[in-house]
Design a protein around this ligand. Sequence first.
Ligand code: BES
Ligand code: ZN
Length: 614
Amino acid sequence: MAPVRDPNTLSNYDAWRTKHTTANLKIDFADKCLRGNVVLELESQTDKASTEIILDSSYVSVASVNSGSGPLKWEIKARTGPNGSPIHIAVPAGASEGDIVKLEIEVATTDKCTALQWLTPAQTSNKKAPFMFSQCQAIHARSLFPCQDTPDVKSTYDFNITSPHVVVASGVQVPGEPESAGEDDKLYKFEQKVPIPSYLFALASGDIVTAPVGQRSLVATGPNELAESKWELEEDMDNFIDHAEKIVFPYQWGQYNVLVLPPASPTEVRMENPIFTFATPTIISGDRQNVDVIAHELSHSWSGNLVSTCSWEHFWLNEGWTMYLERRIIAAVHGSNAHFDFSAIRGWSALEDAIAEYGKDHEFTKLCISHKGIDPDDAFSTVPYEKGFHFVYYLDRLVGRENFDKFIPHYFGKWATKSLDSYEFKDTFLDFFSAPEYSSLKEKIAEIDWEGRFHTPGLPPKPEFDTSLADVAYELAKKWQSKDFSPSSPDISSWTGNQVLVFLGAVQDFEEPLTVAQSQTLGKVYSLSDSKNVELKTVYYHIALRAKDKDAYQGVAELLGQVGRMKFVRPLFRSLVKVDRDLALKTFEKNRDFYHPICRQMVEKDLGLAGEAK
Ligand code: BES
Ligand code: ZN
């Protein structure tokens, strides 16, 4: 049989495919683990009756594997690389094509589980209860329970979750009050009837309350954060969903809810778990300025969750398409395409930075990234987001908006509940535009260099942007290059946060760094060092570090103790270590437990502490 097309799974999903998963798990806050059993219903794909089922696993503890007819022999093999330890389960009788084998796996997570975060009551704002949540993308579901941990396999789910605290999951809650399940525990039941890949399995539990923020939407968060979270989201939620539905087609999942994680949560998570997007509290900034994040995660309800990449090699199909839909929604909400371009300009400069950081020939700067022997967390960057966006946007411009708008629902309809690779995307596009009504586009479409677009490293061709919203920001940056400019706070007082970011991005890209004095003036006059907006503050600190403004180093170290999001933490450490290695190492040591295990591991590599630095 041909090898499976996802290099990040060790499962033999060519022979068996999970159709339904039932997770019967207890959340044990005392032991910080999940335990119980998981029932996988696997369909045989071959009449040659494979007698072995291989599943992915990583640091899980398995006690037994049973089928309907009794215990099965199983063995967890040694870890060989980033993909974890496969579990081989013998099914001596096999099964004919189309038949289902039901495996009941008794399982517990271990302290090496990379999918779960546990917060103490002290890390929540009302200090009443502990909190836990999962983050499975890309390949961490296998550290919860053995499964076919590949986006190429989709399963429906039943969640039967026991916890002393309220539970949310990536399914629709079964109506009715949760039953009591002994002592303080209750049983929370959810169903996911749309088949989803394993990386979208999600749970959270803690002192969680909810409030409506739209016709189909709730916000869920701690009691102290409920009012402000509701205010932040309620204005835009229905608008976003309405616009998204107009661009693609009706929302398929029933509810669209947002879980805002506790304020002291050590990482920033913005994750499109179906039914419940998980988001960290920095989106609640009191000014409705960070709601683009919701447009992004909501867009994944079509790109990623309904139509999924078949492996992390084609991750752009999830994130590039999502950036495109996000920008379309934002433009529609503002009623002006200038907002699409404005966001795209920011994306372009992030892409330039990422490619400069890797080097323009690096594998990870390709649209399709080879993942053989690669941990998807290591390959993660802005590239699939922005290079992916630029590929989608290029196709949009090539065929014209009116035509592209017809392709969008066709594509998402054709691949809904399925997974695909870049070549299947290409075929879908070519097939759609080969229809007679598009014959005038024939030559243009024949010009598309698919191979080049998929596999050439470095920057793609840069399009013309409508720069009107960015121009004012660039003009101010230009003034900062002239010696006789005296800045004052009105320079930026009427701008949006994102415009300030564009201005700072331009300053960051000056050929010559700012002088220490200039950098200090920048921080003071525009109140950047006291800003609560982490994004703004981070760019400012990159400018200050480049200027070698020693007065800023302590602020950088403090920020690195307050934010855990890899997007900020890794580049800040990389800039800090260049100017003050001691402080970088001390800051990492001080905060190592604060970071998510994935983030911790990445920074260790960045700082050359892991023995395998890039
Ligand atoms: N799906 C991603 C988050 C993710 C990617 C988690 C890969 C784990 C592995 C999510 O939709 C996302 O893109 N989040 C962004 C924010 C977004 C507004 C661009 C993030 O967290 O950086
Ligand atoms: Zn995303």
